[in-house]
Ligand binder design. Structure first.
Ligand SMILES: C[S@@+](CC[C@H](N)C(=O)[O-])C[C@H]1O[C@@H](n2cnc3c(N)ncnc32)[C@H](O)[C@@H]1O
Length: 354
């Protein structure tokens, strides 16, 4: 069945991006992603909420820099479509302005921010800052190192490492709006010399082989279907002996999840693995798994604390800023999925084999 989300029924639809010539006269106009009017292959572009000719994903490909073309070669149109959808899920319109307004409302000096001003919302993973501190302790980082944050979001964990350890941190993320926010906030806390961010896909990163002394992914792989490709790519840019930390939601069994969850509105962009699958994936990609830590109890305590905080009313700045009004529903669903033992929260430490 063709994907008809966002295509209004029985109304002609003309695209808005420059090269679009796709007109949909009725539902039968889209068949197996083929537009009968123009006889071209069409894909659903969530950024424009309509079917467009394949070439119209070009702006998204170019936002991903050199990696965009590589990704298109490796994964083809399906990979581009999936990644475009993930970026759409996270890239909420006007987010930077809302964050700056929220910061002003809390009395922060928005031109010269302190890391504490951001800590209520800039680490977008279960347990927030506490989880970051816990993971960083296990990574044995030092000042002379280069660290990679794969799927850095708006850069909270990278900034924490840059200021705490004083090493250099590079962050990449698929969502252009997040990278813009990461750059702005990093500049305003005065950490540009230590932390740099760019738009890129984790499946095709813009780095030379064996660049990094350590790397981490916090709650990113849950969106990535091509896990072999992901861990192979991370191993490629890490030096032999380097530490890799994964902090993720993983599945416990094959039972379907209740959606939406914070990382995905539906199963189309949710790609969880089990802990055992992770061990195999990492091992095959060239990592030695050193430690697996179940953080589910910690996660449950985090959500209990969040639920209690909601009683005091929404905060001016919090994860709501990133997740929008559906945050309570998404949190409830994660708690339910955890309570029903369908998912676990796991931190994993591995070393890039020599
Ligand atoms: C739940 S957020 C976590 C962000 C950050 N790691 C943190 O903990 O604050 C997931 C992030 O993964 C990014 N992401 C998902 N798939 C990606 C991919 N293929 N390449 C790069 N980033 C990706 C999203 O854009 C989003 O910023």
């Amino acid at each position: 069945m063709p994907d008809t989300r966002g295509v209004p029924d029985m109304k002609p639809t003309t695209g808005t991006c420059s090269s679009v010539a796709f007109e949909r006269q009725n539902t039968s106009a889209v068949s197996d992603n083929q537009c009968v009017t123009t006889n071209t292959t069409c894909v659903f572009d969530t950024r424009r909420a309509r079917y467009v000719r394949q070439e119209c994903l070009t702006p998204f490909v170019s936002e991903l820099g050199a990696g965009g073309e590589r990704l298109q070669k490796i994964g083809g149109q399906n990979a581009m479509k999936l990644e475009s959808e993930v970026a759409q899920h996270y890239g909420v319109e006007g987010l930077l302005e809302r964050i700056l307004a929220g910061l002003e409302a809390t009395g922060a000096d928005v031109r010269h921010l302190q890391p504490e001003d951001l800590s209520s919302f800039d680490e977008f993973h279960v347990g927030g800052h506490e989880a970051t501190v816990h993971a960083v302790k296990r990574m044995s980082l030092s000042e002379d190192q280069q660290v990679l944050d794969v799927g850095c979001g708006i850069g909270g964990a990278a900034r924490y490492i840059a200021s705490e350890v004083a090493c250099r941190v590079a962050g990449i993320d698929l969502t252009p709006a997040y990278i813009q926010i990461a750059q702005t906030l990093t500049h305003r806390v005065g950490l540009d010399d230590k932390a740099a961010f760019e738009v890129a896909s984790a499946l095709a990163m813009p780095f030379e082989d064996e660049t990094f002394d350590a790397a981490f992914t916090f709650h990113v792989a849950m969106n990535i279907r091509d896990r072999e490709g992901l861990y192979r790519e991370i191993a490629r840019v890490m030096k032999p002996g380097a530490t890799f930390c994964v902090y993720d939601v993983m599945k416990k069994n094959e039972e379907a999840l209740t959606f939406p969850v914070p990382w995905a509105p539906s199963e189309y962009t949710s790609h969880l693995t089990t802990v055992d699958e992770m061990r195999t994936l990492l091992n095959d990609a060239g990592f030695e798994v050193e430690e697996v830590e179940d953080r589910t109890e910690f996660a449950q305590a985090f959500f209990r604390q969040k639920a209690a905080a909601v009683v005091d009313g929404p905060q001016p700045l919090g994860l709501e800023a990133l997740m929008g009004p559906s945050m309570p529903e998404k949190f409830r669903n994660v708690v339910k999925n955890m309570g029903d033992e369908r998912i676990v929260v796991v931190q994993l430490i591995a070393t890039r084999k020599t």
